[in-house]
Design a protein around this ligand. Structure first.
Ligand code: 13P
Ligand code: SF4
Length: 330
């Protein structure tokens, strides 16, 4: 495979206009702009809690694409990362889609550049290309069907005995291969910088200290974590599990922004964030998601900028596999 770009923390945020507004003034301004612009705010569970609390809808990647597909708003304000907003734009070409920070990327999407992916696919003629939604519009345009962590197993099973290439997350791919009993799946070797960071050794220490806790994990985690998980699911699936399980304590192996909604859904339960390898870093927080702030949210709604755009030819090609996913998930 051609050499991939180095994946690391994103470039530092650009200097911001000093608004001199209090958090309350920002909140009031965002609510006012929402009405004035007929805007809907969609947010992922990994966003800062104050952003989640202002959103009209908070969900996992599938739920957010479903919400984007049916919104009547004129403006979609997407608080998440770029590929999510791009998916909303692909589904809504006539609507304005704005994001707080255009540089909020994703290591999985950035680690699968379309030209390299296209060349790599030439090795696998006759394969159905299943791409995780965490990829660019250009990669979606090269795919047959998109999936998210909540429907990947179902979609691969529905493809019967077709030969399959799965991209770009190899950990999710390995999980799907196991669940769907498809050891022959071909994987693109991408990973998420956040889910890659969890330490099996430190998880075992935490489990020993909390013997009654259940471990719940996102399938983007590596096998060293997944092998200890009592439940593996998408972000919404993990929240739902913590709410319904009779257990009291959960060790949660995914981006720590999820704890806000999980705690609201499961009040009184004890949620412990799974530990990263390096105890001195906040590596269980996605640096891309954290680029979005209340100030930038206010500004993008005030200025209707930055907007996410997708060239029409790419959009049309990327739309088909997304629609296929939505039909297969209905
Ligand atoms: P889900 O919310 O679909 O589980 O995805 C998690 C994720 O990593 C989003 O980038
Ligand atoms: Fe991408 Fe990982 Fe951040 Fe999700 S948590 S947006 S997969 S880098």
């Amino acid at each position: 495979m051609d050499k991939l770009p180095v994946i690391g923390n994103p470039t530092p945020p650009a200097p911001q206009e000093d608004l001199g507004m209090t958090p309350q003034e920002l909140e009031d301004g965002i609510k006012r702009l929402k009405k004035e612009r007929n805007a809907v705010i969609l947010a992922h569970y990994y966003q800062e809690s104050e952003i989640q609390d202002l959103a009209d809808f908070v969900g996992d990647s599938l739920q957010l694409s479903q919400a984007a597909a049916k919104t009547q708003a004129d403006v979609i304000v997407f608080c998440g990362v770029h590929f999510m907003a791009e998916t909303a734009k692909i589904l809504n070409p006539t609507k304005i889609v704005v994001v707080p920070d255009l540089e909020a990327g994703c290591s999985l999407a950035d680690g699968c550049p379309a030209p390299v992916f296209k060349k790599w696919l030439e090795q696998y003629p006759g394969h159905t290309v299943v791409s995780y939604i965490n990829c660019s519009a250009d990669v979606k345009a090269l795919s047959d069907v998109i999936c998210t962590s909540s429907n990947a197993v179902k979609i691969v099973k529905a493809l019967g005995d077709q030969k399959i290439v799965f991209a770009p997350d190899r950990h999710l791919g390995a999980f799907v291969a196991k669940q769907a009993n498809r050891p022959d799946l071909v994987f693109w070797q991408g990973t998420c910088i956040v889910h890659e960071t969890f330490s099996e050794k430190r998880l075992l220490e935490l489990m020993a200290k909390n013997p009654d806790a259940e471990v719940i994990a996102h399938p983007e985690c590596h096998e060293g974590i997944l092998r200890h998980a009592n439940h593996i699911a998408s972000t919404s699936g993990l929240i739902d599990y913590a709410k319904k399980s009779p257990k009291q304590t959960f060790i949660v192996a995914t981006e720590a922004g999820i704890l806000h909604r999980m705690q609201q859904a499961a009040p009184g339960k004890t949620l412990i964030a799974a530990p990263p390898e390096d105890e001195t870093c906040a590596c269980n927080l996605c640096p891309h998601m954290r680029r979005n702030t209340l100030e930038k949210l206010y500004l993008c709604m005030r200025d209707l900028s930055p907007q996410v755009d997708v060239p029409e030819a790419t959009r049309v090609r990327a739309l088909a596999p997304i629609q296929r996913m939505l039909e297969m998930s209905a």
